[in-house]
Design a protein around this ligand. Structure first.
Ligand SMILES: [Ca+2]
Ligand SMILES: [Ca+2]
Ligand SMILES: [Ca+2]
Length: 250
C-alpha cells in the first residue's frame, strides 16, 4: 500500500472515531414535569417548551428535579417588560426545596439589570455564586453576602458589570459537569469555573423580577473526556502525516 493512501485511510479512521463521540443532537425539553419552588408564578407556554414567570417577589426556582451533571442546557431568555431591574438566571446542582434548606449546596447564576442598594449593594451584571443555606429575601440573594453562605465565585468576562436589556432575547448555553461549569451568552463564553460540584437539577431562577420568559429549551449530553485508546495513539503520527500532506497540497 502506498504511504499516502495508508496515511489517508488511517487519518480518516481517527477523524471518524473522534467525530462520533463529539456529535449528539440537542433534544427539546418538555417542561411540564419541572417543579416550582418559592413564591413564583411559572406559567407553561404552548408546547411545554417555554415558561414565563410573572411575579416581582422573593427568590423562586423552576427546576427539572433530576441529577443533571454531564448535560448542557440551552435556550433563550427574555425579560418581556421595561418594569424593574432585578435578578434573572439559573441554578445548577439544585435539589427540590433547596431554597428553604439550611444545608443546601448548589450554584446560582444570576444577572441583575441595575445597581440597587436594598439588602446591601445589589450589583448589576452576571455572576456565579455558591449557595449553602436558605436563600431568602435578604442580603444572601441580594448582594451575595458570604455571611449568609452565598459566596460569589466569579463574575462574567464581558457581562460581569453589564445589566440585561429590557425586551431583549439572549441565547444561553450552560454546561454542567462534576468539575466544570461554563456559561455562554449569545455564543460567547462568559463564565468558566472548575471545582468539585454537588450534583442536582438544572433550574431557572428569578428574584424580584417579573415577566421573564425562558423558551426553546434544549438539552444535550456533554461528551466526557474520552480516553484515547492506545491503538489510536499509535496511529497519531499517521494522522499528523495526513494533515501535513493536506497542508502541503494547499
Ligand atoms: Ca427594566
Ligand atoms: Ca429593582
Ligand atoms: Ca423588583
Amino acid at each position: 500500500m502506498k504511504k499516502t493512501l495508508q496515511n489517508l485511510l488511517l487519518g480518516g479512521f481517527i477523524l471518524g472515531a473522534i467525530s462520533t463521540t463529539a456529535m449528539a443532537a440537542p433534544q427539546p425539553v418538555d417542561l411540564s414535569s419541572w417543579k416550582a419552588n418559592g413564591n413564583g408564578n411559572w406559567v407553561l407556554q404552548s408546547g411545554n417548551n417555554a415558561v414565563q414567570q410573572g411575579i416581582n417577589g422573593t427568590p423562586t426556582v423552576f427546576h427539572n428535579n433530576k441529577n443533571s451533571q454531564g448535560t448542557a442546557l440551552s435556550g433563550q431568555i427574555t425579560v418581556k417588560t421595561t418594569a424593574d431591574d432585578d435578578y434573572i438566571g439559573f441554578v445548577l446542582g439544585y435539589n427540590n426545596n433547596d431554597l428553604t434548606n439550611s444545608s443546601a449546596d448548589y450554584l446560582l447564576i444570576d444577572w441583575k439589570q441595575g445597581d440597587q442598594t436594598y439588602y446591601g449593594a445589589g450589583q448589576k451584571g452576571l455572576a456565579i455564586s455558591q449557595v449553602r443555606d436558605v436563600l431568602g429575601d435578604n442580603s444572601g440573594a441580594w448582594s451575595h453576602d458570604p455571611s449568609k453562605n452565598v459566596t460569589e465565585l466569579a463574575r462574567a468576562t464581558n457581562l460581569g458589570d453589564t445589566g440585561w436589556l429590557d425586551n431583549t432575547t439572549y441565547d444561553f448555553d450552560i454546561t454542567f459537569t462534576s468539575s466544570l461549569v461554563e456559561v455562554f451568552v449569545n455564543g460567547i463564553k462568559e463564565l468558566s469555573i472548575t471545582g468539585a460540584f454537588s450534583n442536582g437539577a438544572f433550574g431557572f431562577y428569578n428574584y424580584s423580577q417579573q415577566s421573564v420568559l425562558y423558551a426553546g429549551i434544549e438539552e444535550v449530553d456533554v461528551p466526557s473526556a474520552v480516553p484515547v485508546p492506545g491503538a489510536l495513539l499509535m496511529f497519531a503520527p499517521a494522522l499528523l502525516g495526513f494533515i501535513g500532506l493536506r497542508r502541503k497540497a494547499k
